[in-house]
Ligand binder design. Structure first.
Ligand SMILES: Cc1ncc(COP(=O)(O)OP(=O)(O)O)c(N)n1
Ligand SMILES: Cc1ncsc1CCOP(=O)(O)O
Ligand SMILES: [Mg+2]
Length: 228
């Protein structure tokens, strides 16, 4: 149990007992790229988009210079624009600006949402990693985030993680705040349902999609996301 959980006045079985506000839109799929988007990746992304609804795509690259990231990201940005999928850049406000992205995703050490807003403008979608912390999520909301991300809900090999929230954090957040919440970390079509039911506005997934047949995975996610 974390400090945040101890502060929670709500019951632990809140997720099952509470019927979520019916005005909240259905849960949507948010794809996170693999670290390698070379080769046939753009074709795979197009196949994923063909297979079912995708709300957002995050370009998550590590350890390459900005010039190379722009070169790799530009065709993916164009594809997202063509398919009306939000194109979000991970980690870097400067890269998001250079690519003309729809938004940026910031970890706790990736910069301030206020700076992102100043650089990217009022229409930018700014997301913030909040791990398993209600406190960080409320801080992100106050700083102007457009969504908060909780995770890792399940074990993942995509990233080294040290936080494991319970699904109830999604219920707590979505009941109290209008800002959308994203669930991330080891999510597959087989284990997504409790997060969808708990109140995730977006399910973010990487390896469940890119680790196999991306079209089959997107189709399977669509079936689970429609269940709320
Ligand atoms: C939607 C979403 N949520 C969380 C993260 C993780 O961001 P961060 O903690 O900065 O870790 P890295 O992804 O940068 O390794 C994310 N990227 N997207
Ligand atoms: C980027 C990130 N942040 C928390 S878990 C995670 C990895 C998401 O990828 P996967 O869906 O493969 O677990
Ligand atoms: Mg980051």
């Amino acid at each position: 149990m974390t400090d945040d959980d101890r502060l929670d006045p709500l019951e632990s079985d809140f997720a099952e007992q509470f019927t979520r506000d019916i005005r909240r839109p259905p849960c949507q799929l948010y794809l996170v790229s693999p670290l390698d988007v070379t080769g046939d990746f753009a074709a795979r992304l197009a196949r994923a988009f063909d297979a079912g609804p995708v709300a957002a795509f995050q370009l998550r690259l590590k350890g390459i210079d900005q010039h190379e990231a722009v070169r790799l990201g530009e065709p993916l940005r164009a594809l997202c624009a063509e398919r009306e999928v939000a194109f979000i850049v991970n980690d870097s406000i400067a890269l998001a600006k250079r690519l003309g992205a729809d938004g940026v995703h910031l970890g706790q050490d990736d910069g301030d949402p206020r700076e992102a807003r100043a650089e990217l403008g009022p229409a930018a979608q700014i997301g913030v990693t909040c791990h398993d912390s209600r406190h960080l999520a409320m801080e992100a909301g106050e700083a102007g985030a457009d969504y908060v991300a909780f995770g890792s809900f399940y074990p993942t090999t995509t990233k080294e993680v040290s936080h494991r929230p319970e699904p109830v954090i999604l219920s707590w957040w979505s009941t109290l705040f209008e800002i959308p919440c994203v669930a991330i970390g080891g999510i597959t079509p087989a284990n997504a349902a409790p997060l969808v039911k708990a109140g995730a506005d977006f399910i973010a997934a990487s390896s469940a999609v890119w680790g196999g047949d991306e079209a089959a995975a997107v189709k399977a996610f669509a079936a689970v996301l429609a269940e709320r």
